[in-house]
Design a binder for this molecule. Structure first.
Ligand code: OAD
Length: 261
């Protein structure tokens, strides 16, 4: 990507920003090798969400749902954060307050070094008991194909991810709304922006006065609503954005590169 592709008004706002939120979806991890959900190659083109990602599906066939998450856990355990995740983590050295608000359950933002991460759809590395709610630490049964049972009450253990029809984790959601409401800039990356309430984060930020930039190889509802759309892959766009911001933060007197407003 050439420097000309990063709009000047985004760099200027980022250069002066105290607080930035980065709102991410599956496309953020696509270059790491984690499949996205929608589109021709997406998970939901091959599987039905109501058979794999709902509480009633789990109660109907716990083993099927557990096996599917075990498969995804294996994929996630073998992949690495990409250049995009690392650029998001680097933002913390350039902006006083950075919060990552993610729909991803893959833990890759934390593994890349981001320290403030609000996970709106849970985390595949955590599990809890459907009966008593106790968190479940995976020990030796990590290698076992059976659905684990709770050590406290014997109930079935499920992944700590948000399924369709479930509420978002309250603490993460409230922290995300607070961060979005106080942000100077919101950068959405790699999300189709169709799953609510998560998809309302950029609108919350815009309403509170933030400049909203969307990064995605394809236009969609978020890019249409955004102040700035950067068409491209997360792993290509975000490192360039950070490089320009580094220059700007170290030499605020120099001219900001980039195309016109
Ligand atoms: P989607 O699969 O709906 O959208 C992925 C987006 O990433 C699309 O807009 C792609 O164009 C874009 N994309 C693909 N590769 C990219 C790349 N390298 N860089 C940047 N963008 C790229 O995934 P989400 O929007 O995350 O929820 O989906 C939202 C929720 O729907 C998920 O959290 C999940 C799913 O059902 C639950 O499981 C509750």
């Amino acid at each position: 990507m050439s420097p000309l592709d990063i709009p000047r008004r985004l760099l200027e706002r980022l250069g002066a920003a105290d607080s930035v939120v980065v709102f991410t979806g599956a496309g953020m991890s696509a270059e790491s090798g984690v499949p996205t959900f929608r589109g021709a190659e997406g998970i939901w083109s091959r599987f039905k969400p109501e058979e794999l990602a709902t509480m009633s599906a789990f109660l109907r066939n716990p083993q099927l749902v557990w096996d599917w998450y075990a498969h995804r856990r294996t994929i996630i355990a073998t992949v690495q954060p990409n250049e995009g995740h690392r650029a998001v983590a680097d933002l913390e050295h350039l902006v006083p307050r950075v919060a990552v608000i993610t729909q991803n359950i893959d833990n890759l933002h934390r593994r890349a070094g981001s320290t403030v991460v609000h996970e709106l759809h849970g985390n595949i590395e955590r599990n809890y008991c459907v009966k008593c709610g106790a968190p479940h630490e995976m020990g030796s049964e990590r290698a076992s194909p059976e659905v684990p049972r709770c050590a406290m009450c014997g109930g079935l253990v499920r992944p700590d991810v948000v399924w369709f029809g479930e509420l978002l984790p309250e603490e993460d959601w409230e922290a995300a709304v607070r961060a979005a409401s106080g942000a100077d800039v919101c950068i959405s990356v790699g999300t189709s922006g169709v799953v609510y309430p998560a998809a309302s984060i950029p609108a919350i930020a815009r309403k509170a006065g933030a400049l909203h930039a969307d990064v995605n190889p394809e236009p969609g509802p978020l890019s249409e609503a955004a102040d700035v759309f950067i068409k491209g892959l997360a792993g290509a766009v975000l490192p360039v954005l950070v490089q320009h911001l580094e220059k700007l933060r170290s030499r605020p007197d120099i001219a900001v590169p980039g195309e016109g407003r």
